[in-house]
Structures are given as structure tokens and as C-alpha cells.
Design a protein around this ligand. Structure first.
Ligand SMILES: *Cc1c(COP(=O)(O)O)cnc(C)c1O
Length: 232
């Protein structure tokens, strides 16, 4: 292992320890919380170092940056999560190269992902992004009516597996309040859904312990694993 990989390995272990403590405190099983290493702006070598330290899920925001890494780590076959804004003209590559998409917020995009996933054998796992703090600068569905109609629309698409909800909180939103709001929507919708409805993606480096206390099943962690980002 190269020496530059060591800090990533150490940081990864520290994050996993913190996830375990947060699960213990919340009386939750560690198996129910998946760490997504958010690798935007990182090199393929850095991603590989995190994989060697035990990470199996990676999150990317920008398709162009992600594709070389997806190819470079092809031998390891990690799970790739798309967590960025979706441009309609990128849906083919997203549907073919990713295992999960966290940021679906309109039916038009869902339909395109579904069409491009056709024939790949496994459905594409998708989450609906909810703008729980109604931040005008952010993507995500805002109202219950919008959320319910998008959920219904996605359920009709055969090549998508609707797994749950995702949110990105604004920095001025109280994390507990924001995460509880998403968890409440998740629970409300769960009464009409099957066992596939089991993913709640919330929490980042600064607040993942709070997210775990509020029921997160997928925490998206960049800085705490890879160190500070220069850009992005
Ligand atoms: C960058 C990013 C993260 C990770 O943020 P950190 O603060 O570096 O942990 C998580 N989720 C999304 C959607 C992001 O864009």
C-alpha cells in the first residue's frame, strides 16, 4: 500500500468506529447503516485506498468525473451511488454505470432512467430527493402531494426499484429537525410499500451521528474519509 493511502485507511477506520458508536447509542444494528464514501474530486487511487480500507459504496456527483473511476475500479465492482443533480441528457450513462441514484425529483428523469436501464438484468435502485427545509436553491420535491405523485409514478416503472428517500439539509437547518422530517415522510409512505422500501439516505461528515439517531440507513461521508476537498 502506498503511504498516501494510509491517512485514508486511518480516517476510514475512525469513521466506522463512530458509526458503530452511533448505532450502539441508538440501539440499532450496525448492519442497518451503510457508509457511502463520497468520492467527488478524488482520484481513482484514493477511491481504491478507501476500498482497501473496507468501503464498498461510493458516491459521485458529477458524471464526467465519475466514469473514469467506475472504469478504473471495474475489477473491484463496488456499488456506485449517483448523488448529484441529474441532467436529463446524462440519464443513459447514469442508468448504465450506477447501482443507485439518490437524487430523483421528477418523473421525466425517472422515466428516462427506467428506459435506459432496460435489459440490464438488475433494476436501478432509486431514492426520491426531498427538499425537507424548502430551500429554494436546492433540488428535491417540496410538497407531500408532489412526493406522493412522484412515488406512484416511479412504482409503475419496471426497471427501477424504489427504495426510499434522500435529503440534503441546508447548513442553517437544525439537523435533528430536518432528519426527523424526512424520517416521518419515509414512515408515512412505508405503510403502502413493500420490503424494498428500506433506504433513508441522510447525514454527511458533520452530522452523520445525528442522522443515524434519526434512522438513516445510508450516510454519505466525504471529508471525514478523504480529508478536506480542494474544490467542489
Ligand atoms: C459532497 C456531498 C456529501 C459529502 O459531504 P462531506 O461534508 O464531505 O461529508 C454528501 N452528500 C452529497 C449530496 C454531497 O454532494
Amino acid at each position: 500500500m502506498s503511504s498516501s493511502a494510509t491517512p485514508i485507511a486511518q480516517r476510514t477506520r475512525a469513521v466506522l468506529d463512530r458509526v458503530r458508536s452511533a448505532c450502539d447509542q441508538a440501539h440499532r444494528d450496525t448492519d442497518g447503516v451503510h457508509v457511502i464514501a463520497v468520492s467527488k474530486t478524488r482520484s481513482a487511487d484514493e477511491v481504491r485506498a478507501a476500498y482497501e480500507a473496507g468501503m464498498r459504496h461510493f458516491g459521485e456527483n458529477y458524471l464526467q468525473d465519475a466514469l473514469p473511476k467506475v472504469h478504473a475500479l471495474h475489477d473491484l465492482a463496488p456499488q456506485w451511488h449517483f448523488i448529484g443533480r441529474i441532467q436529463a441528457n446524462k440519464t443513459r450513462d447514469i442508468a448504465t454505470h450506477f447501482d443507485w441514484v439518490h437524487t430523483v425529483d421528477r418523473l421525466k428523469v425517472a422515466k428516462r432512467l427506467d428506459a435506459h436501464r432496460q435489459g440490464m438484468g438488475l433494476p436501478l435502485n432509486v431514492l426520491v430527493q426531498v427538499n425537507v427545509d424548502a430551500d429554494a436553491d436546492k433540488a428535491g420535491v417540496g410538497t407531500n402531494a408532489e412526493l406522493d405523485s412522484l412515488v406512484q409514478g416511479i412504482e409503475a416503472l419496471p426497471n427501477l426499484a424504489l427504495r426510499g428517500l434522500m435529503t440534503i439539509l441546508s447548513s442553517d437547518t437544525d439537523p435533528t429537525t430536518g432528519f426527523k422530517a424526512l424520517q416521518a415522510q419515509f414512515a408515512r409512505l412505508a405503510t403502502h410499500r413493500g420490503s424494498d422500501w428500506n433506504a433513508l439516505s441522510m447525514g454527511m461528515s458533520n452530522d452523520f451521528e445525528t442522522a443515524i439517531a434519526c434512522g438513516a440507513t445510508h450516510v454519505r461521508i466525504g471529508t471525514a474519509i478523504f480529508g478536506p476537498r480542494e474544490t467542489g
